[in-house]
Design a protein around this ligand. Structure first.
Ligand SMILES: [Zn+2]
Length: 241
C-alpha cells in the first residue's frame, strides 16, 4: 500500500499566482481533486489531502499553512508528498521540483511524472520550462519548505503558466485538467509499480454536448450527474469505453 499526500498549493487568504482573473489556489484544488479521483483506480494507493474545498476558506496562509501541511504529511507516514501548483512570471511550460540532495527514489518518481506529463502536453504543443526536472536550488524558488521538511519523497509540480494567455485558457479547461490529472497519476503509478483495477467499466461523460470527463469510474459519475442536474443540464450522456 502506498500513501500519497496530495497538496493543492496555496488556499485560504493565499490565492497564489493569478492570471486573467484565474487564481492558482483554485486551479490547484480542482487539479488535486481530479488527481485524487484517478488514484481511485489503484487499489494499492490511498490518498489524503492537505486542504479541500471545506478547509480552504479558513486555511491559514503561508508560512503557517506550509508548516501545518508538512506536519500533517509527516504524521501520515506517507510515501509521497505531491504538491500541485501553476507557474507565473512570463514563461511557458511544465516543470517539477524535488529537494536538493533528494534520494534516487525521489528522482525516479520525478522522472516518471515528467515523462508522463510531458508526453501529454506534447499533444497541446507545450514543452518543459527549461530543464523540466529541477531541484529546489534551481529556478525562482530559493528553497521550498514542503520539499525540504517533509520526511518522504516530495515532488512539486508547476503546471503551466497562469499568466500565459494560451496556458491560462487550458488551465480553465476541465477536459485538459482531467487529462493532466490522469497522466500525473500514471507517472506516480509507474514509479511505484501500482496496478490499475481492470474489472471496472469506465465511461465518458458528456453534459450538454461538452465532454466533462474522458474517463470516469462509477464513484465519480454520481457526483457529476448530481452537479449537472443541479445546473439543469438537458442532456447527460454516459458512454461506456
Ligand atoms: Zn504556487
Amino acid at each position: 500500500m502506498k500513501t500519497i499526500i496530495i497538496d493543492p498549493g496555496h488556499g485560504g487568504p493565499d490565492s497564489g499566482a493569478t492570471g486573467f482573473g484565474l487564481r492558482e489556489a483554485d486551479v490547484s484544488l480542482l487539479l488535486a481533486e481530479l488527481v485524487g479521483d484517478y488514484f481511485g483506480k489503484y487499489p494499492d494507493a490511498v490518498v489524503s489531502f492537505t486542504r479541500n474545498r471545506n478547509t480552504s476558506s479558513s486555511y491559514p496562509g503561508p508560512p503557517e499553512g506550509l508548516y501545518k501541511r508538512i506536519k500533517y504529511a509527516n504524521s501520515k507516514n506517507a510515501d509521497l508528498f505531491l504538491s500541485l501548483h501553476c507557474n507565473s512570471g512570463g514563461g511557458s511550460g511544465f516543470e517539477s521540483y524535488i529537494a536538493k540532495g533528494a534520494p534516487a527514489k525521489t528522482q525516479r518518481i520525478q522522472k516518471a511524472i515528467n515523462e508522463s506529463v510531458l508526453g501529454y502536453l506534447k499533444g497541446y504543443r507545450i514543452g518543459p520550462h527549461g530543464n523540466a526536472a529541477k531541484n529546489d536550488t534551481q529556478g525562482a524558488h530559493s528553497r521550498i519548505a514542503v520539499l525540504r521538511d517533509t520526511r518522504m519523497s516530495a515532488v512539486l509540480l508547476e503546471c503551466l503558466f497562469i499568466d500565459n494567455p494560451r496556458e491560462n485558457k487550458l488551465l480553465r479547461d476541465q477536459r485538459f485538467l482531467d487529462g493532466l490529472a490522469r497522466v500525473i497519476v500514471k507517472g506516480v503509478a509507474a514509479a511505484f509499480g501500482l496496478k490499475e483495477k481492470v474489472d471496472k467499466p469506465m465511461y465518458r461523460v458528456t453534459v450538454d454536448g461538452e465532454v466533462i470527463y474522458d474517463t470516469a469510474y462509477e464513484e465519480k459519475i454520481v457526483g457529476i450527474v448530481l452537479e449537472a442536474t443541479k445546473k439543469q443540464a438537458e442532456v447527460i450522456l454516459l458512454k461506456k469505453l
